[in-house]
Design a protein around this ligand. Structure first.
Ligand code: PLP
Length: 366
């Protein structure tokens, strides 16, 4: 039985060749006689895996040398809390641009530590657009400005290539949650103070997060915190203050190599443009049978929420999609409807199969 096309929002589909390689290496990694997950994180084998993963990610994302790269546990959610502890002094505020569920969560997380200034909020508009830059009420004394590059649930994305640019926020460092769009297109990392993301959307398996941080920011005092919550300590300890998630780190490393071999972020940007425009054109061309309500200029290339005109068709849609081996299309409970997540590892053929299915379903039920 061939594998299904899996549109899960995260944990999400991984490249089949990566899974096969991991399978091949599972019992005996490179002739060592043990799996990589059975070896010490401080041994030469895993140290090499870890160093290569970092080097490959640096190449893939063109990360400048004055940025540190961390591989940590706790998911994006933990990083959301840690950024305040590390970079905001007691009493200092932080600016949040809230463009969906995850931006809202990020702002809520740091309330015990900083005075949160929601400088712009798309909630009144149902999170269907990015509030235009000239409406943001930024505070030039803020510790940082936080954005969510791609809102995984609402399907709203900052578009660095066209439309909304990486926002200019002056001298205050820009921090961004890139969980669901990291390494999906060329990015000028130097425009950001800090970039973070859980791996389970676009980079690999759940259980490891990537943090890319400008080194000079690590000199900030921040707030009282244990070593394990301290990014500077993690940098010094090379992400090994305690036992790191070696399996997840290894698997993410295989995904980085796969992305580089496929042509890097330029190639994935081309594929994402093709994949997302294929689905949006089916939705927009359906005469209202399907609809996506996000502003065209802020539509995500990664997560495409859509709704059927007739909700009673939701169940048959999901049922028949599953029979056609198109799985995990149910929308997030906060929105309902459907959602197709089409990260780097989703092949164009998978999206074509979904587009064909949607048109066929409409013919039969429209
Ligand atoms: C999934 C997601 C999160 C939460 O990630 P965890 O790894 O579960 O903590 C945060 N932000 C965005 C944009 C996400 O897509």
């Amino acid at each position: 039985m061939p594998r299904a096309h899996n549109f899960s929002a995260g944990p999400a589909t991984l490249p089949e060749v990566v899974l096969r390689q991991a399978q091949d290496e599972m019992l005996d990694w490179h002739g060592v006689g043990a799996s990589i997950v059975e070896l010490s994180h401080r041994g030469p084998e895993f140290m090499a895996v870890a160093a290569e993963a970092e080097a490959d990610l640096r190449t893939l994302m063109s990360i400048p040398d004055d940025y540190a790269v961390l591989f940590l546990q706790g998911g994006a959610t933990l990083q959301q809390a840690l950024i305040a502890l590390n970079f905001a002094d007691p009493g200092q505020g932080a600016d949040y641009i809230v463009t969906g569920h995850w931006g809202k969560t990020a702002a809520k997380q740091v309330k015990p530590y900083v005075a949160v200034n929601v400088a712009a909020n798309g909630e009144d508009g149902g999170f269907r657009s990015i509030p235009s830059r000239d409406t943001w009420r930024l505070d030039n004394k803020a510790a940082y400005v936080h954005i969510t590059a791609n809102e995984t649930i609402h399907g709203v994305e900052f578009r660095p290539c066209n439309g909304v640019d990486t926002p200019d926020v002056g001298d205050v460092p820009l921090f961004a949650d890139f969980s669901s769009s990291i390494a999906s297109e060329p990015l000028d990392v130097s425009r950001y103070g800090l970039i973070y993301g859980g791996a389970q959307k676009n980079l690999g398996p759940v259980g490891v997060s990537v943090v890319i941080v400008r080194r000079d920011l690590l000199e900030r005092v921040g707030q009282p915190r244990a070593d394990i919550f301290n990014y500077a300590s993690h940098v010094k300890g090379e992400s090994m203050l305690n036992t790191p998630p070696t399996w997840n780190w290894y698997l993410a490393g295989l995904v980085f190599k796969w992305m580089l071999a496929e042509g890097g972020v330029e190639e994935f940007a081309r594929r994402s443009a093709r994949k997302s425009s294929l689905l949006y054109s089916v939705i927009d061309g359906s005469g209202g049978f399907y609809r996506n309500e996000v502003d065209a200029a802020a539509r995500s290339r990664m997560n495409i929420p859509f709704f059927l005109k007739d909700e009673t068709l939701d169940k048959p849609f999901l049922q028949q999609a599953q029979e056609a081996r198109l799985i995990s299309l149910k929308g997030h409970r906060a929105l309902g409807g459907m959602r197709a997540s089409i990260y780097n590892a989703m092949p164009v053929e998978g999206v074509q199969a979904l587009a064909d299915f949607m048109q066929d379903f409409q013919r039969r039920h429209g």
